[in-house]
Design a protein around this ligand. Structure first.
Ligand SMILES: Cc1cc2nc3c(=O)[nH]c(=O)nc-3n(C[C@H](O)[C@H](O)[C@H](O)COP(=O)(O)OP(=O)(O)OC[C@H]3O[C@@H](n4cnc5c(N)ncnc54)[C@H](O)[C@@H]3O)c2cc1C
Length: 467
């Protein structure tokens, strides 16, 4: 047999009899499992998840669940097809032995694999003072249990909620509070809400929107400490300007931490921004060499993107988890000439204060912004972001039907400012600075992060292999 014929035979055998292990039983893990079966993989499939639940959907947790429209345990992800798999739920992976090709579990079991998918996502960053974080009434929101607890607290209702951090999730929580007629204070270290994700120009609009809905918004301030009563329930917060906010529910919305600790010592390129991989989802080792048998998808992955000058993108987006998982699954069971890249143009949506906010592309890659459609005063508009004369992202407020149009321009690297697409063009279409904070200036953490090469940026922390 020729070498290509032998390789093809090996891949055929792997598809029939191989062993694939997926660590992380959530959106990326489930979609990868479905895609593997769809691709015709009939070997053994093991899915390991530290949560006790079947995969569920997170976006409704900070929206419909908090409002009380949907119970937290009614968020199970719909199944796209049957998945014949060995589900190991409620047990964490605690280590990876690449030489023996085994995943170590918290209960001591070793699970062997031929190919492994890492889909361990992120977790909520906790309030940094552990004693204060342990006060009753202090919440974070990542899991369905978190959402159920916060929903119960909001239903009481509290006299005031304090939200620390005005990123997408913090802003959504504040919006729900106002819908429920609960007084809410939002404290944000940056100059405005959403400033890390969408820049200062859009941040100012978001700030006005919050204030118009009765949010007590305090920007360029931090929370210095949380204080509880004698029963251990949070009662107030001291801010960095010396003022005090009385609140009996505190939601720390401080961004997320990648779940990579279990990979310590594995020799993979795992660090602060996740696990480095190529555009096909194949994990890099600590030296930047691509591995053959380990793949990464979802929030925990960071990969170079051709549209963004090959900078590494770490994306905490629903679409990214779904498409990244499908690409990784395809590549796991196909021959190299048929590998696919995961070159999704990132997209995000958020509902807050009655407005549907959507973005496409990577806004923080842009340094200029121009309003291209609609009216800022009417909170119904589209704006495009530019970098070096080309369009790299767009954001819409209640103008989502136009997003596809901007997505196509971004894919083509069309010139910036783009020609006005619609009849509702604003009178002034002058580009202006998008006002993203300098790297290193503390803000809420954006959900698409460029983790590339600039020395001022925080990049993956490569750790030496432990012997
Ligand atoms: C409140 C909230 C609102 C959101 N809203 C939106 C939105 O409006 N739009 C949008 O695009 N995106 C939104 N997102 C983001 C979106 O939900 C994520 O991008 C998506 O969940 C990522 O899927 P994932 O499978 O990569 O990671 P995750 O969903 O984080 O899943 C990873 C899983 O792996 C498990 N795990 C971690 N470590 C281990 C281990 N060692 N062993 C075993 N299992 C482990 C975790 O417990 C978890 O179950 C929201 C997220 C949250 C939390």
């Amino acid at each position: 047999m020729t070498l290509p014929a032998t390789v093809a035979e090996l891949v055929r055998d792997f598809r029939a009899n191989g062993r694939i292990v997926i660590v992380g039983a959530s959106l990326a893990g489930l979609r990868a499992a479905e895609a593997l079966r769809e691709e015709g993989f009939t070997g053994s499939l093991t899915i390991i998840g530290d949560e006790p639940y079947e995969p569920y959907d997170r976006p409704p947790l900070s929206k419909q669940v908090l409002k009380g429209w949907v119970p937290a345990d009614h968020t199970k992800l719909p199944r796209m097809r049957e998945v014949d798999a060995d589900w190991r739920l409620g047990v964490a992976a605690t280590g990876l032995d690449r030489a023996a090709k085994q995943v170590r579990l918290a209960d001591g079991e070793q699970v062997p694999y031929d190919r492994l998918l890492i889909a361990t996502g992120t977790r909520a960053r906790q309030w940094p003072n552990p004693t204060e974080a342990a006060l009753q009434g202090v919440h974070t929101i990542r899991s369905r249990d978190d959402a159920a607890r916060l929903r119960a607290a909001l239903a009481e209702p509290p006299s005031r909620v304090l939200v620390i951090g005005a990123g997408f999730i913090g802003s959504e929580v504040a919006s729900v509070c106002r819908e429920l007629d609960i007084p809410v204070t939002v404290v944000e270290r940056g100059s405005a809400p959403l400033v890390g994700a969408l820049g200062g120009v859009i941040g100012e609009i978001a700030a006005q929107m919050q204030r118009d809905h009765g949010v007590d918004l305090r920007c360029t301030l931090g929370v210095s400490s949380l204080e509880g009563d004698s029963a251990g329930h949070v009662r107030r917060a001291r801010l960095s300007d010396g003022t005090v906010v009385d609140a009996d529910v505190v939601v720390a919305s401080l961004g997320s931490i990648r779940n990579v600790e279990w990979l310590e010592g594995s020799g993979l390129a795992a660090g602060f921004w996740g696990v480095g991989c190529d555009a096909g989802g194949r994990a890099f080792d600590i030296n930047g060499v691509v591995t053959d048998s380990i793949y990464v998808a979802g929030d925990v992955a960071r990969a170079p993107h051709v549209l963004y000058e090959y900078e590494f993108l770490a994306m905490e987006h629903w679409d990214n988890a779904v498409f990244g998982a499908e690409v990784a699954a395809h590549n796991m069971v196909n021959l190299e000439p048929h590998y696919r890249p995961h070159l999704l143009v990132p997209g995000f949506w958020s509902g807050q204060f009655g407005v549907n906010i959507k973005s496409v592309g990577v806004p923080p890659f842009g340094d200029e912004i121009v309003f291209t459609q609609g009216s800022v005063a009417g909170r119904s508009f589209a704006a495009a972001y530019g970098h070096r004369g080309r369009i790299v992202a767009a954001v819409t407020f209640d103008h989502g039907k136009w997003l596809e149009h901007y997505g196509k321009l971004i894919e083509r690297s069309a010139p910036f400012p783009p020609p006005p697409p619609g009849w509702d063009r604003p009178p002034d279409m002058k580009p202006m600075p998008a006002e993203f904070p300098e790297p290193g200036v503390p803000t809420e953490v954006p959900d698409v992060v460029l983790t590339g090469h600039a020395p001022s940026e925080r990049t993956a922390e490569f750790r030496p292999r432990r012997h």
